[in-house]
Design a protein around this ligand. Structure first.
Ligand code: SF4
Length: 318
């Protein structure tokens, strides 16, 4: 059953130097209990997409059009108070830097209790007991409630933010580069933790630049480039037989995955999203580019649960 469906979402930033089309017509869906990873280089719009789902795009950004359906309800039509209830109780988010969501001046326990009593009718004593249970669920001891964020390691702080995110049993957990600042061993443990919540039925949306990480954990994968999803499908199929030239290049430039020993370098840079190139946005960097690629944007083509937006497949897919 589909939990979240994003349809033709556009998010733009209105800056003094022009309109940045950070998310430009993105569509995707997440089933109940499914793990979707959105993968792409820095600046491709993947974090903006995550913020937009929670309607937390910071100014000068604005959701311009599209629909975000959670169990059939369009989140873009909800009032401020209804949306506040959705945040936390239906959809939670974990950020790259836990210090952006933790108050450095307040004890961990107080911060978890506050998150709980804001949404649930529990008294402080019950909420405190729940806070200790939550800390245990993320592998932390109950004495952590009396500590301040700076008294914890980076991995412990991220566990705390995951405990807060999971405090109201959300249907969807969005994790935006949650392990980028952590070493590989702690990264693995945090991912195990998130996978444990998935096993209990929570859907996961992981936003990451790390294709290897996404390949290890996801059910589905969406490859994003310059504000658009260029390929989307079951993780094994996308990793084993990528269709889009950007997906292939990304895979060949990723260590730890199957493929040639020498890593590939993707020439050039992602485009300035104030002035994206015409046609396919990847064409200035694509070694397979055709004449049409710089003239006309490829439409997404669908086949057996996969999607690819590339002129190479215009006659073969769909
Ligand atoms: Fe390359 Fe053309 Fe496909 Fe874009 S549409 S990825 S430029 S072949």
């Amino acid at each position: 059953m589909t939990l979240l469906r994003v349809e033709n979402l556009k998010v733009h930033y209105y800056t003094l130097s022009g309109i940045v089309r950070a998310v430009d017509g993105v569509s995707l869906s997440i089933e109940k209990g499914e793990w979707l990873s959105v993968v792409g280089e820095s600046g491709c719009g993947k974090s903006t997409l995550a913020y937009a789902i929670l309607r937390l795009v910071p100014p000068p950004g604005r959701i311009v059009s599209g629909r975000i359906l959670l169990d059939g309800t369009d989140l873009l039509r909800l009032g401020g108070e209804e949306m506040r209830r959705v945040r936390g109780s239906r959809i939670s988010m974990v950020f790259q830097d836990p210090m952006t969501s933790l108050d450095p001046l307040r004890k961990i326990g107080d911060q978890i209790v506050e998150a709980i009593v804001e949404h649930e009718e529990l008294d402080v004593r019950e909420a405190r007991k729940r806070a200790e249970e939550l800390l245990a669920s993320v592998g932390l001891t109950s004495d952590m409630v009396n500590r301040y964020p700076h008294q914890l390691s980076g991995g412990q702080r991220q566990r705390v933010t995951i405990a807060i995110a999971m405090s109201l049993n959300p249907s969807l957990l969005i994790a935006d580069e949650p392990t980028t600042a952590l070493d590989v061993i702690v990264q693995d443990r945090i991912m195990d933790l998130i996978e444990g919540f998935k096993a209990e039925g929570t859907s996961i949306m992981l936003v990451t630049h790390d294709l290897a990480l996404a390949a290890e954990r996801s059910d589905k994968i969406a490859i994003m480039y310059a504000g658009k999803i260029v390929e989307y499908g079951p993780v094994d199929e996308v990793i084993d037989s990528p269709m889009h030239p950007y997906s292939k290049a990304l895979l060949e430039s990723t260590p730890r995955l199957r493929g040639p020993k020498r890593l590939r370098y993707i020439p050039g840079y992602p485009p300035d999203l104030r002035r994206p190139p015409p046609g396919c946005r990847f064409h200035p960097r694509c070694e397979k580019a055709l004449k049409i690629c710089s003239q006309k944007e490829p439409e997404p083509r669908y086949l057996n649960g996969r999607m690819v937006a590339c002129w190479l497949y215009s006659g073969e897919v769909g």
